[in-house]
Design a protein around this ligand. Structure first.
Ligand code: AMP
Length: 274
């Protein structure tokens, strides 16, 4: 496995690959089983796998946890090596951003509702870094988790509308045995907070149960979820279709139920695809 830190080195590495397929997994590090499932899928489906580890400052808002974001470089490198990664790209901010450069804007509606409403500009930064990384790696396939459903949608939309050639591969959410969706931010949770964090997945499971039983009314489903989530500080509970249009009625095979809530000072998101 090679480790590189500059875009120039990555360009050079990319040039050395002519006919083989390339899988790319962008991450912010502090790798857990969720990331590992993406990496393993890429290793299975491609000749070469590139993983990037970069805590991207442009997707953090002022006051968010950019400086506190967990960084575990040594452990991350070991995980990548064991998973069969060929190349790890770990740039510094200085190496990948210049002071004066064009910036991408997320779409006005789908980029500024839900996550984008509560974190305005977050998706501008996400799209900017993902576009840079896709241009540098020019992968056959790039792997993204359904855990960040709106991010996945916006990246698919960017690839389609900017005519990029990479295939975006959506990957299933990996959870702890008790349902908690894995997240690098879970390390912030105390034992007590972790119990409350479980309410996110529990509320989604309850919603799914009611939908299986025949309920379709989004308001009723959201109201019950809010009750379950009451010990947390809910930012939003919403049901959208796969194009991120808000739904009043659940559509089977075309809906995503989304939740974002603070548990203590930790902001968590989760969702379920229906
Ligand atoms: P991050 O390091 O948080 O930027 O995440 C990197 C990639 O891993 C993104 O595509 C995430 O959606 C994905 N990811 C994070 N957590 C999970 C999870 N629990 N299950 C599946 N994918 C995940």
């Amino acid at each position: 496995m090679i480790q590189i830190t500059t875009p120039q080195e990555l360009r050079q590495y990319r040039k050395s690959i002519h006919y083989e397929t390339i899988g790319f997994v962008p991450t912010m590090g502090a790798l857990h089983e969720g990331h590992i499932s993406l990496i393993k899928q890429s290793v299975r489906e491609n000749d070469k796998t590139i993983v990037s580890i970069f805590v991207n400052p442009t997707q953090f808002l002022p006051g968010e946890d950019l400086d506190a974001y967990p960084r575990k470089t040594e452990a991350d490198l070991k995980i990548c090596q064991l998973a069969g990664v060929d190349c790890v790209f770990m740039p510094t901010t200085k190496a990948i951003y210049t002071k004066e450069e064009p910036a991408l804007k997320a779409p006005k509606t789908t980029g500024y509702i839900l996550e984008g409403y509560h974190r305005p500009g977050h998706f501008d930064g996400v799209l900017q870094i993902v576009l840079k990384l896709l241009n540098l790696t020019r992968p056959t396939r790039a792997y993204f988790g359904k855990k960040d459903a709106q991010q996945l949608f916006l990246i698919q939309n960017m690839v389609q509308t900017l005519y990029l050639t990479t295939e975006i591969v959506p990957c299933e959410i990996v959870r702890e045995h008790d349902g908690l969706a894995l997240s690098s931010r879970n390390v912030y949770l105390s034992d007590e907070e972790r119990k409350h964090a479980l309410l996110l997945s529990r509320s989604l499971k309850r919603a799914a149960k009611h939908i299986i039983e025949g309920e379709r009314d989004a308001t009723k489903i959201k109201t019950e979820m809010m009750e379950i989530l009451s010990p947390t500080k809910v930012e939003y509970v919403e049901i959208v279709d796969r194009n991120f249009h808000l739904l009043h009625e659940v559509e089977i095979n075309n809906s995503i139920i989304l939740v974002a809530a603070y548990v203590g000072s930790t902001r968590l998101i989760d969702n379920m695809w229906i």
